[in-house]
Design a protein around this ligand. Structure first.
Ligand code: COA
Length: 331
């Protein structure tokens, strides 16, 4: 059975840079509070005419160009997001249309901050079994339009940013390379600790004036609980990725964790037994871009020369659900 290799990566963020001081003009917050609690200094927000699918298209085109491929060479699209452009259909078909291709399958994966790793697991299984050869795996989010940009929503509004990351995946027969393992987890007992209640078909009517007034269409979060679980379960998932492959923290070239909060990333680094130089963080510039954060960070890390052929890459994520996951990849 072949393994799955990362052929190329790409990312795209909107042009509109939003600083902490910009946010302090919209709500009662400060650069100091945001920096101390999260490590975030800036994030990017979409402007008129931009959507999740257009961000994804830009990221995908960069990855395809690096891979020396055309959109028509793709066999399948796996699109990971928790901020879809529409209730239905899924964003995969909108991206497909943006890329000017048709007929190939497009699947949406709705696993929030763990979305990219859930999507990787799906794509990896299809590549290993030979179902599809060239898969475009995308994580893309437009959070900014959904945020409550008043003091009421300040605990979440300051954390999230917009962006897209894409990878082109394919089979390799080189037994020393590729995706070694992906481990996925979920615990729905915590579903309401980070969620958007409505509009949703659990409600009748599924959307109402009252619901909007109550702010049920905004993401709400129990930040402390999220922090507590993330900082324990992400390092555990890293341990598992290493143990499952007979590896130790010393073998890791680079850990690219989901970028939720710099304090969480530092906890993960310490609890996983890694040195700071083994971990990549760019949360200061992009904020939390949910399913896009890992592919954005990975593309940057590659451009910075942080990974070379044969190196060991570990990915880990945690988010709403709760869901969490890890992957081990021999580059
Ligand atoms: N600016 C200024 N003050 C703010 C604020 C903001 N943006 N957001 C909240 N506050 C206030 C709170 O209202 C609270 O005030 P009070 O003490 O008067 O009630 C105070 O700051 C402290 O809030 P608290 O919730 O105790 O802060 P915290 O240390 O737990 O940090 C988070 C809050 C959200 C930064 C932190 O819990 C966190 O990062 N959690 C994980 C979030 C995350 O990563 N989510 C995505 C997971 S994928």
């Amino acid at each position: 059975m072949p393994r799955t290799e990362f052929i190329a990566t790409g990312f795209h963020v909107p042009a509109r840079l939003v600083t902490n001081d910009d946010l302090a003009r919209l709500m009662d917050t400060s650069d100091e509070w945001i920096t101390q609690r999260s490590g975030i200094k800036t994030r990017y927000w979409v402007s008129d005419g931009e959507t999740g699918a257009t961000l994804a298209r830009e990221a995908a085109c960069k990855a395809l160009t690096k891979a020396g491929l055309e959109p028509g060479d793709l066999d399948c699209i796996v699109y990971c997001t928790c901020t879809p452009d529409h209730f239905e259909p899924g964003n995969g078909v909108f991206l497909q249309r943006e890329l000017g291709i048709s007929d190939i399958p497009a699947i949406d994966v709705r696993n929030q901050c763990s979305g990219f790793l859930y999507g990787l697991s799906v794509a990896d299984a299809w590549i290993r079994t030979g179902a599809y050869r060239r898969i475009l795996l995308v994580g893309a989010e437009v959070h900014s339009r959904g945020l409550d940009k008043t003091t009421r929503g300040r605990d979440t509004a300051v954390l999230f940013g917009d962006g897209a990351g894409a990878v082109v995946l394919g089979p390799t027969d080189d037994p020393r390379r590729g995706v070694l393992s992906v481990h996925l987890f979920a615990d729905g007992r915590h579903a309401e600790k980070l969620w958007v209640d409505g509009p949703g078909l659990a409600h009748d009517p599924y959307v109402s004036e009252e619901m909007l007034q109550q702010g049920k269409h905004r993401a709400v979060m129990d930040g402390r609980e999220v922090f507590k679980f993330a900082s324990v379960l992400m390092p555990k998932s890293v341990d598992l990725a290493l143990q499952a492959n007979g590896l130790t923290p010393g073998d890791v070239t680079l850990l690219v964790p989901h970028q939720a909060n710099l304090r969480i990333i530092e906890m993960v680094q310490k609890l996983a037994g890694l040195r700071p130089d083994q971990v990549y963080a760019n949360i200061d510039r992009y904020g939390n871009t949910t399913a896009a954060s890992i592919p954005i960070a990975l593309d940057e890390a590659l451009a910075a020369g942080r990974l070379r052929r044969g190196d060991l890459l570990i990915l880990t994520a945690f988010g709403s659900g709760f869901t969490w996951a890890s992957a081990a990849i021999r580059w």
